[in-house]
Design a protein around this ligand. Structure first.
Ligand SMILES: [Zn+2]
Length: 258
């Protein structure tokens, strides 16, 4: 399984930077998990192939690129873009984003080939299939109802926490997964901002260290994602100082094969 965290910002030379404002993870160039920078940073091949978008939750940094991704493809789609989300997320998207004021309600529009958007609703905690992948959703602990995912291509699985504070079910699912290849875990704030992390339901390096006590697969690597760009250096420094076994940061833009 190929996994790539898409860039969301660019340096003065136009190259992808390590600052992650937005989250979009592309699996096998075909399925997107969240769409933060999807319209802005995907390759032409990804733009051609991605027709399934699975959302962890509806915060802006996870959906910002979704309206523009659909807009770009509108006239050329031969099948609708499938948005996989819970009922609550779908209602928020329709009410607050695709409401004609912020952006068109694509779910009511068609091109010459038919609908351009289709919602695929799932219940938190359920399992479903998306393209060639088996997906298991797990409720995590965030300000809004949010999901983590276990993604499997039949040969191996990767767990993605999404945005979360301390949570048990996600780690339980990781522990129960025999073919787990990697965990992508969030760590948004440095330790000195633990209060802010707590009210916004995110983790700090200390919080992540506590979470990892629940994870019993010592040989499985844990890649840190979702570091707030302003604090990235500080978070990396604190993670390094904590010497958490198997923990490293996920490189933005790099294609990992698991
Ligand atoms: Zn969030």
């Amino acid at each position: 399984m190929k996994i790539q965290l898409l860039p969301s910002t660019f340096d003065e030379n136009g190259r992808a930077s390590v600052r992650q404002h937005l989250l979009s993870i592309v699996v096998d160039n075909k399925v997107a998990i969240d769409a933060g920078s999807l319209a802005f940073a995907c390759s032409d091949r990804q733009r051609e192939q991605i027709r399934d978008v699975i959302l962890t939750h509806t915060h802006l940094d996870h959906i910002a690129g979704l309206p523009l991704f659909i807009d770009d493809l509108f006239a050329t789609l031969t099948a609708p873009i499938r948005i996989h989300a819970t009922r609550e997320m779908i209602d928020i998207l329709e009410r607050d984003i695709f409401n004609w004021s912020i952006y068109p309600r694509f779910s009511e529009l068609s091109n010459d080939n038919g609908s351009v958007v289709e919602y695929h609703e799932f219940a938190r905690g359920s399992a479903f299939t998306v393209a060639h992948l088996s997906i298991r959703s797990v409720a995590v602990n965030h300000e809004v109802a949010a999901n983590g995912y276990l993604v499997s291509d039949g040969k191996g699985s990767v767990a993605i926490s999404g945005d979360t504070a301390e949570t048990d079910d996600f780690w339980k699912l990781c522990n129960e997964t025999d073919d787990l290849r990697a965990v992508l875990a969030e760590c948004a704030f440095p330790d000195e901002l633990s209060e802010l992390a707590s009210v916004s339901h995110h983790l700090t390096p200390k919080g992540l260290a506590n979470e990892l006590k629940k994870f019993d697969k010592v040989d499985c690597p844990v890649y840190v994602i979702n570091m707030k760009p302003m604090y990235r250096e500080k978070i990396v420094e604190q993670l390094n100082a904590a010497r958490l076994p198997g923990v490293r940061t996920l490189e933005i833009g790099k294609v990992y094969e698991w």
